[in-house]
Design a protein around this ligand. Sequence first.
Ligand code: NAD
Length: 247
Amino acid sequence: MSQLSLDFTGKVALITGGGSGIGRGFALQLARCGATVAVTDLDGAAAEAVAGEVEALGARSLSAAVDVADAAAVQAAADRTIERFGQLDFVFANAGVLGPAEYLDITPADWDLVLDVNIKGVVHTCRAAVPHLIERQQGRILITASYNGVRAGAHVIPYRVSKAAVLMYTRCLALVLAPHNVTVNAICPGVTLTPMQLAYAEKTAEERGITTEEYLADRAAKIPMQHFTGIEDLTDWRSFSCRTAPG
Ligand SMILES: NC(=O)c1ccc[n+]([C@@H]2O[C@H](COP(=O)([O-])OP(=O)(O)OC[C@H]3O[C@@H](n4cnc5c(N)ncnc54)[C@H](O)[C@@H]3O)[C@@H](O)[C@H]2O)c1
């Protein structure tokens, strides 16, 4: 993984969906840069394991089992982070779910889950931190959207709709918080081989009667640069974005 000479000593970050994939990668990158990282995830054991990795890198951490669809649970995690570490500087609204791929398979419950986690979860996460960031007149919010939020397609429609909504929310919240010296940004990762993406690849390959390796090779060939996004590509970008934080 490439290393940036960024010093986040004294900064405190809260991340959702930090127990796996992109969230875990970013938690570790922040820790390498000296930040304290509160790792939250629906899977409390996964969050705890990543918090352990953060501490093994010499950074302070806490972990919490948090469902981002539950506004009170997200608020409690933000409050606990501020109480324990005295402040919050970076908020990473990262948790997400993919939902069903095929249009005819999608149930009303699927729509509820994807929208509750991917858009309302982002709203709850930001809302839990915003009063504190305004009070301190500084902070950085980073949201994980997706390339699927800007590109139409016949598959994973609730996911695409949720990520498109997240992008509009990002723009609107950025206008609300700009006067308070708080920036709000989203990234739209390309296909990144995390557990979420690998599970999708395995299922799709099985449906098509091909191996997962064949499916992934075909998918990579369709990407203009012909390779998947690396987690370090995303974490480096986000670290750069945080670097502009004042103080
Ligand atoms: N992997 C990709 O190709 C890709 C591309 C674009 C965007 N993304 C986005 O990146 C983010 C991270 O995904 P990933 O690829 O690392 O997947 P992942 O499955 O490896 O990690 C997602 C994490 O979110 C957690 N989570 C799920 N539901 C939750 C909930 N209700 N509350 C709290 N945590 C919850 C999971 O337990 C998991 O640890 C997601 O928002 C996803 O939509 C991923």
